[in-house]
Design a binder for this molecule. Structure first.
Ligand code: ZN
Length: 173
């Protein structure tokens, strides 16, 4: 596996709408594994292909599957790789949260997101998959799908600021 370089603003790839993936070949498998490794090394809880300079519809996420596990440090995390992800359902209920982005170092913002979402897409072998996400996991998926449409958290934030302390790992994606 190879660590990929995370691109940051003002790289124009971050503002572009990424193209769908149609080939589920060996190169895609390598790319997914590289993205997972790059996300862990960063460290972050999610990464979208445009963040490594590739304008393709692919995201990886690593977080607690169940919302009630967020508080438990030893609870296992799950890894998702979703190709051509789409948010097909979103709760009316929203929540505010403070997000950072690996592609926008030194900045955080308060962003309103749907409290629950359903994401549909394809797994790494091209098979349909669905994820039901609540809480912070739902936030991560919304942030990553935004990346595929050239949308960054400051575009949605009610306010942005430069934090005095380093932001926590779970806030960066
Ligand atoms: Zn991001």
């Amino acid at each position: 596996m190879t660590l990929r370089k995370i691109v940051t603003l003002p790289d124009p790839v971050l503002k572009r709408k990424a193209r769908p993936i149609s080939k589920f070949d060996k190169d895609l498998q390598t790319l997914i594994d590289d993205m997972i490794e790059t996300m862990r090394e960063a460290p972050g809880v999610g990464l979208a292909a445009p963040q490594i300079g590739l304008s393709e519809r692919l995201i990886v996420v690593e977080y607690y599957e169940r919302e009630e596990d967020e508080e438990k440090e030893d609870a296992p995390k799950k890894v998702w790789a979703v190709i051509n992800p789409e948010i097909v359902k979103a709760s009316e209920e929203t929540t505010m949260g403070v997000e950072g982005c690996l592609s926008i170092p030194g900045l955080v913002g308060e962003v309103e997101r749907h409290a629950e979402v359903q994401v549909r897409g394809l797994n790494r072998h091209g098979k349909p998959m669905k994820v039901k996400a609540k809480g912070w996991l739902a936030r991560i998926f919304q942030h990553e799908v935004d990346h595929l449409n050239g949308i960054l958290f400051p575009d949605r934030a009610t306010r942005v600021w430069q934090p005095k302390q380093e932001v926590e790992e779970q806030q960066e994606f």
